[in-house]
Design a protein around this ligand. Structure first.
Ligand SMILES: NC(=O)c1ccc[n+]([C@@H]2O[C@H](COP(=O)([O-])OP(=O)(O)OC[C@H]3O[C@@H](n4cnc5c(N)ncnc54)[C@H](O)[C@@H]3O)[C@@H](O)[C@H]2O)c1
Length: 410
């Protein structure tokens, strides 16, 4: 698939970490309204730099535009590309309003092209493994999901000094302005709705807890830095998702069924270990003991937390696990190895790879427009819930997704 990337900021370099595992994707060029950024990434990665966005739109060699601009520019950038007859893969959220997102899907339909959107962690090995455990009946009927996305009080973590390999500053101000819900809720919504289907009701609360997050930045910016939502599903299952820029990092995903639970550590590690516990009266009663609770290794002897299970792999995982760093010194490779093992390892290109595969084979869009609209609507509802909370029924819905494509069996 021939793509052009628009927006060459911080996340651009995260995408680039795994590009060498994706020979099916051909980057025709890049563009950023900040000329320095497109020039810099063009030189660093050896990409063609377009002189304007319009130059991409009229290039017949580009079939898909990857929209990595900041959130407030998503709508205009995607709209122009769809109108020009290009497919679009957009960073999340697609737009900041359900109405705008609906306009984009309508334009895509009229022009016979497709609109896809991040996040793509539903294609990760961890999510595949959780889905397989549930679908194999390992935990009995799924009843409850607890999904955490506490991503730390980022204003205390020196993020203003963090830059990407090509020197893009981590956009601290933008993250605080848009907030943890816009930035992160989607990572849990995609796999939860993928597993349980559309939400039939949402009870949500959001609030801004910390003023004066950084020196020189406005105090209360009016964006929630904490949100919590309970989703109800037609099957009777319930999910509770918490997002914050307040509490220290906790990204755990837990699916609790009648007979046990399956747990992953972080959406941000695509090969995150997955643990399966089939409840026994011993493992449930053992939790009453403080010592067993506070010493996980001892607790495991009594079945608390279950056992680690073999990961179900995505067709791209093996290529991604190899060192994909471009222009890396030995020291850099070591640092990257530690990062992938300990901090995060995402293949941001895997969603684009799935898109390329669907287009090549003429398959239906797996993350369907209705699914993406639903994720978008839920995100907006939770962000806007406010400190008095809301209980509402989403207006969007979707046909439940089938099995996740791209699984390899050995
Ligand atoms: N920063 C992260 O860790 C991260 C992680 C995952 C996803 N994202 C998502 O990726 C997107 C971009 O985030 P980022 O961190 O790279 O932000 P950023 O601010 O570092 O980069 C955005 C870039 O888009 C460019 N841009 C803005 N409007 C444009 C336009 N109309 N045409 C061309 N270029 C334009 C800006 O000049 C800037 O270089 C956001 O949707 C964000 O939610 C970010």
């Amino acid at each position: 698939m021939n793509i052009a990337i628009v927006g060459c900021g911080f996340v651009f370099d995260i995408y680039m970490r795994t590009i060498q595992a994706h020979p099916e994707i051909n980057i025709k060029g890049v563009f950023d309204i900040n000329e320095n950024r497109s020039k810099r990434v063009g030189e660093y990665y050896g990409f063609n730099v377009y002189s304007s966005y319009e130059a991409i739109l009229v290039d017949p060699g580009v079939d898909t535009v990857i929209n990595l601009t900041w959130i407030s520019a998503h709508f205009e950038v995607s709209k122009k590309a769809l109108e020009a007859g290009k497919n679009v893969y957009s960073e999340k959220p697609i737009t900041k309003s359900v109405e705008q997102s609906a306009i984009l899907f309508d334009i895509a339909k009229q022009n016979g092209v497709r609109l896809y959107a991040a996040p793509c962690n539903i294609f990760s090995d961890m999510v595949r493994t959780i889905f397989k455990s549930v679908q194999d009946g390992a935990i009995g009927k799924p009843l409850l999901v607890y999904a955490e996305l506490d991503d730390s009080p980022i204003h205390l973590m020196n993020f203003d000094k963090v830059t990407s390999p090509t020197g893009a500053p981590w956009p601290l101000e933008e993250e605080l302005k848009e907030g943890c819900t816009y930035e992160h809720l989607g990572y849990h919504l995609v796999w939860i709705c993928g597993l349980l289907g559309p939400a039939t009701s949402v009870t949500a609360f959001s609030s801004e807890l910390i003023a004066d997050k950084t020196k020189g930045m406005p105090g209360m910016v009016g964006t929630p830095d904490y949100s919590v939502a309970c989703l109800n599903f037609a099957s009777g299952a319930v999910a509770r998702i918490t997002c914050s820029f307040v509490a220290p990092r906790d990204h755990r995903l837990r699916v609790i069924g009648r007979d046990g639970e399956v747990v992953g550590d972080s959406y941000r590690q695509y090969q995150s270990p997955v643990y399966l516990e089939r409840y026994t009266s011993t493992s449930l009663n053992a939790r009453k003991f403080k010592t067993l609770r506070s010493h996980p290794l001892l607790g495991r002897l009594f079945g608390i937390g279950g056992r680690r299970i073999k990961l179900v792999k995505n067709w791209k995982s093996i290529a991604v696990e190899k060192d994909q760093q471009i222009k890396s010194s030995l020291v850099r490779k070591l640092i990257e190895w530690v990062r992938r093992r300990e901090v995060y390892s995402q293949d941001k290109f895997v969603g684009i790879a799935e898109m390329a595969e669907e287009l090549r084979l003429g398959r239906e869009q797996y993350l369907s427009p209705h699914f993406l609209m639903h994720i978008n609507e839920l995100t907006m509802l939770v962000q806007a819930a406010g400190p008095n909370g809301v209980a509402t029924k989403p207006v969007t819905t979707f046909v439940p997704l089938g099995p996740i494509p791209g699984t390899i069996t050995n």
